[in-house]
Design a protein around this ligand. Structure first.
Ligand SMILES: Cc1ncc(COP(=O)(O)O)c(C=O)c1O
Length: 353
């Protein structure tokens, strides 16, 4: 089937671009002897996860237990990292069930989380690997100092059911190096292990080697790009593998085109750019501005386009943020040279718990 025969709006991924991205990044991490641990929150798709493992990934990152359950259920059990504080009996019960099925490591940044993990693992008769999240500039989660990381490491070491596996941070630009160095120094002096030192983020993916302490790196968006990466020069239009194919459903005035892809197709993410808000980049009309949406309508300013789209015309849109866009869809259509090669269920969509 040719992509022109697909009903719109529809989410597609270009396999040549996807494979080239996969290869480009895997090669860099292999060259620098840093483990690549792709984050599946971007594609949420078993088929792509299997491709990543086959290409040389050391394991996967899954932001939520639900995503990890999907990956383990699909046969990827060798090494899953959940870089998220897990709290509450229901999640802890699921985590223990997962840990029976797969090699799992979880992150923690407080004694509350660590004690909960220990109680659950001890009661289940399991040993659970834990990495300490350190704050590396996102002002999100993560202990802010090496001293606090040491205290947490000592607690992990002391409590039953847990194994101290190291450190993680997000994002990890080169400036994040000192907290890793300082924490490793304290852990070494205390004789505590840190086999995993995990960095992450597509933005600085090719600078991972500037933090030689990193043993591995977590990235998700690298595999498909997105408008932010396009504008920053990290991905070309061709390297932006994820595309929504949409139809122009209205041209109510000369300067405006309306697409059949609104927030329920693109996600509600708006990227603020130099040229104003952006919902996506229209490949065939680079001068168009996809500036707003309603649920099922994409509002596009086409006044700057020399040639303007007509009603019924189909366009390809690169979403601003691939991860929530994928999360809006049941299926990802894998395409090569305009032909549909596979239809992949997005099994981990909506797995927010
Ligand atoms: C903990 C963690 N690690 C890694 C990543 C991957 O980063 P990116 O989406 O820039 O590839 C994210 C992204 O949100 C994250 O939250």
């Amino acid at each position: 089937m040719h992509i022109d025969e697909l009903d719109t709006p529809v989410l597609t991924v270009d396999l040549d671009a996807l494979e080239a991205n996969l290869d480009r990044y895997q090669r860099y991490y292999d060259e620098h002897k840093i483990g690549l641990r792709p984050h599946i929150k971007t594609h949420k798709t078993l088929a792509i996860a299997h491709m990543q493992m086959k290409a040389g990934a050391i394991g996967l990152t899954c932001q939520k237990i639900g995503e990890a359950e999907v990956m383990a259920g699909g046969g990827i059990t060798s090494d899953l990292l959940i870089p998220y504080n897990i709290l509450g009996q229901q999640k802890l019960d699921r985590l223990m069930a997962l840990a029976r099925q797969a090699h799992v490591t979880v992150a923690a940044d407080s004694d509350v989380v660590v004690r909960g993990l220990s109680a659950a693992a001890h009661a289940a008769g399991l040993t659970l690997g834990v990495v300490i999240e350190v704050e590396t500039g996102s002002n999100r989660t993560g202990v802010p100092t090496a001293e606090e990381a040491l205290q947490l490491a000592q607690l992990i070491d002391k409590l039953p059911g847990l194994e101290m596996r190291g450190l993680m941070g997000y994002p990890t630009p080169p400036e994040a190096r000192p907290i890793f160095q300082q924490t490793i120094d304290l852990l070494d002096r205390a004789g505590l292990p840190h086999p995993i030192v995990s960095g992450g983020g597509t933005r600085c993916a090719f600078q991972a080697h500037e933090i030689p302490e990193l043993t591995e790196y977590r990235i998700g968006e690298h595999i498909v790009g997105g408008v932010g990466h396009l504008l920053a020069g990290r991905h070309t239009v061709e390297q932006c593998a994820l595309r929504v194919i949409a139809t122009v459903v209205s041209r109510p005035v000369d300067g405006r085109a309306v697409l059949d892809c609104g927030s329920k197709t693109m996600s509600a993410t708006i990227l603020q750019t130099e040229n104003g808000p952006s919902i996506g980049h229209i490949v065939e009309y680079p001068d168009a501005r996809f500036y707003s949406f309603s649920e099922e309508h994409g509002h596009v300013d086409v006044s700057a386009c020399a040639r303007k789209p007509v009603i019924g015309e189909r366009v390809q849109v690169i979403p601003v943020h691939p991860c929530p866009c994928v999360n809006e869809h049941d299926e990802l259509i894998a395409v090569r040279k305009g032909q549909v090669e596979a239809i992949w269920p997005i099994y981990a969509r909506g797995k927010i718990r």
